[in-house]
Design a protein around this ligand. Structure first.
Ligand code: SF4
Ligand code: SF4
Length: 438
């Protein structure tokens, strides 16, 4: 084992250590949320995950982006088989160790060569869409600053990684054709072969290019691995559990609080038995609704970490489209940013301590919350089955039930429901008057 391999092993161990640390941070932040167990319909859940996360079914609504995304996603997963070889070579000092598999190896390397080029092209098109064509949903206020940089950085990253593979392959091919020791005749390079002509003829220069591109590729991947948990691209991993734990209820069906349902039933149903024991879970919760991320269920925080910031939700949101303050994408981004902030504070100051900020007020404003029509267009459009509406409804619940803050348009409706048992301003005794009007 040479010094090169020792350095490689140290870098690899450090990268894995830092990645595990990041995963623990995100897991801690997600678990700031309230507990909720999903034990129902595991068959439907696996199918949903296979369809939406693996099959990317919701990406087809916008075919151009969908196809390009599929190439990058599937290509990136498949091409990582080559990373297995790079890791083995890096640790043991071998060169293209998997070539012992013979013709199949040649096919795989040829396939990866084409795939690397397809990913490279797709990323360039994505960069053009964001920065030259300036597609509207990527220009909204919530994407200014870090989100804009993050989206571009990851694309540039992938361009560099794929270019490194192609240049490395081209140098390898030329070294093979020169019968240089250590570079035996393996692999097929349908794309990289076009680059051979632009490479130098010197054996030393070719080896330097091949080795440096090998290092650029693997170091790039290890940096990528540690960058992703700080980026919206963490959805690469979280899309799978997130879609598994999708909201399987029919669109429009909201969670009712048992304690409230019990009270309302007593009030609205003349036949309800006021002495009947309430359901076991009908005890009022410590707090109604959501004021901060720790009041959310953990799934809503996982949604936020899975958000790809694609803006499909805001693009179909009638409130957003008519110029209201609400953007469901921003709601998701706010939940994630607040979870990061509160998680960091608790890790530093102790789990029982909280800072003086809140999700409601410091991140999400009341005007945003009340602009929602509860139409569910956002949940329908989301490619990773996020549920921004759940967060919105839960914050509304807090405003109404804990703070009695209700827009004036709704206040009258609520008063009528309380006094008249219906949203209208008529006494219940007048309800059938219409049949006398003839
Ligand atoms: S449910 Fe609310 S946030 Fe979602 S699209 Fe409709 S109005 Fe927008
Ligand atoms: S919530 Fe879904 S649709 Fe909206 S930006 Fe995030 S990933 Fe895209």
């Amino acid at each position: 084992m040479g010094i090169e391999n020792v350095i490689f092993i140290i870098i690899l161990a450090a990268a894995i250590f830092m990645f595990v640390k990041s995963i623990r941070r995100i897991s801690y932040n997600i678990n700031l949320g309230r507990d909720f167990s999903f034990t129902d319909d595991s068959g439907i859940r696996w199918k949903t995950m296979a369809k939406v996360a693996l099959g990317q079914s919701k990406m087809t609504a916008r075919p151009v982006a969908g196809i390009l995304h599929f190439i990058v996603y599937a290509g990136f997963i498949l091409i990582n088989i080559e990373v297995v070889e790079i890791l083995i070579d890096g640790v043991f000092g071998s060169h293209r160790i998997l070539s012992i598999s013979g013709d199949f190896y040649n096919f795989l390397i040829g396939f990866f060569d084409v795939l690397a080029f397809a990913i490279l092209l797709s990323c360039i098109i994505f960069l053009i869409r964001r920065n030259v064509i300036k597609i509207d949903r990527f220009q909204r206020p919530e994407l200014k600053g870090w989100p804009f940089l993050d989206a571009n950085m990851i694309l540039v990253f992938e361009v560099v990684l794929m270019s490194a593979i192609l240049i490395m392959n081209a140098a390898d091919l030329k070294l093979q054709s020169l019968d240089v020791i250590g570079y035996h005749h393996v692999g097929s390079f349908p794309i990289a072969s076009f680059l051979v002509g632009v490479l130098p003829d010197s054996e030393a220069a070719l080896i330097a290019i091949e080795r440096s591109m090998w290092w650029v590729h693997i170091i790039g991947i290890l940096i990528f691995l540690n960058y992703v948990p700080f980026s919206k691209h963490f959805h690469i991993l979280l899309a799978f559990p997130n879609t598994y734990y999708s909201n399987l209820k029919k669109k429009g069906e909201l969670d009712n609080l048992e304690s409230v349902t019990y009270e309302v039933r007593l009030m609205m149903d003349p036949n309800a038995d006021p002495f009947a024991a309430p359901a076991p879970d009908a005890a009022p919760p410590e707090k109604f609704g959501v004021e901060d991320v720790s009041d959310l269920y953990w799934k809503s925080i996982m949604d936020a970490y899975t958000c790809t910031e694609c803006g499909r939700c805001s693009d179909v949101c009638p409130a957003n489209q008519t110029g209201k303050l609400l953007s469901p994408r921003k709601v998701m981004m706010d939940v994630r940013d607040r979870a990061e902030e509160l998680g960091a504070y608790k890790r530093k100051n102790g789990v029982d301590n909280v800072d003086d900020k809140k999700l409601l007020g410091d991140y999400i404003l009341e005007d945003e919350i009340w602009a929602c029509t509860t139409c569910n267009a956002c949940t329908e459009a989301c490619p990773v089955n996020n549920d921004p509406l759940k967060v919105i409804i839960d914050i509304r619940r807090f405003l109404v039930m804990e703070q009695s803050k209700i827009p004036s348009e709704l206040a009258m409706t609520f008063t009528n429901m309380e006094n008249n048992g219906a949203p209208w301003q008529f006494s219940p005794t007048d309800r059938l008057n219409w049949k006398d009007e003839s």
